[in-house]
Ligand binder design. Structure first.
Ligand code: URA
Ligand code: SF4
Length: 187
């Protein structure tokens, strides 16, 4: 197999028709931020603004995510931000199981390119795809696990914080814990 590269990943995604989500996409959305980051955030899938621009987390949820990162002294200069599926589910519905599975190899490839130390699942869909199919975000967010050399944690999706203000405090605690883990790993 050819050497792994971002170009290979982008070409494959741009041509991809492995699930029905290709049909309505304007742009494939791969991710944004530092491609060599220690921390990788994984959301659900592109929304409207992301589909239109081809960039991850640029809408209202993305702006809140950037604010939360800034509150612990981080930005997308230090982190990389991607999604489980690379094409927008119509009307922002949850990506179906077959769509998530169809797209998962691209995320795996992306992980090999970024080689993060910390993986943060944003919301239930990412946590159930990456951590455990029965993951309960309310009960199990904020708990670290270690797998395949990655330190992994889930927190609320920023869209959930926009709908429910009471989730902001625990999400901020998670963000502080992520920052602390990063400091610890950096030594
Ligand atoms: N929500 C997501 O899960 N991902 C994005 O890129 C934007 C909104
Ligand atoms: Fe391919 Fe993923 Fe887009 Fe589905 S969502 S068409 S698997 S790139």
């Amino acid at each position: 197999m050819a050497e792994k590269s971002w170009e290979t990943l982008e070409d494959a995604c741009n041509r991809c028709r492995k699930c029905r989500l290709w049909e309505m996409r304007t742009h494939v959305v791969i991710g944004r931020g530092n491609p060599n980051a220690d921390i990788m955030f994984i959301g659900e899938g592109p929304g409207e603004q992301e589909d239109l621009t081809g960039r991850a987390f640029v809408g209202a949820a993305g702006k809140l995510l950037d604010k939360m990162l800034a509150s612990v002294g981080l930005s997308d200069k230090e982190v990389y931000i991607a999604n489980v599926v690379k094409c927008r589910p119509p009307g922002n519905r949850d990506p179906h199981e077959d769509e998530r599975q169809a797209c998962l190899n691209y995320l795996r490839y992306q992980l090999l390119l970024v080689q993060p130390k910390i993986i943060v699942c944003l919301g239930r869909v990412a946590a159930q795809t990456i951590l455990a199919s029965d993951f309960r975000i309310t009960k199990e967010r904020g708990i670290w696990t270690e797998r395949k050399g990655y330190h992994m944690i889930a927190t609320y999706h920023p869209s959930a914080l926009l709908r429910d203000e009471t989730k902001k405090r625990p999400a901020w605690e998670d963000m502080k814990a992520i920052r602390a883990k990063w400091d610890e790993l950096k030594g």
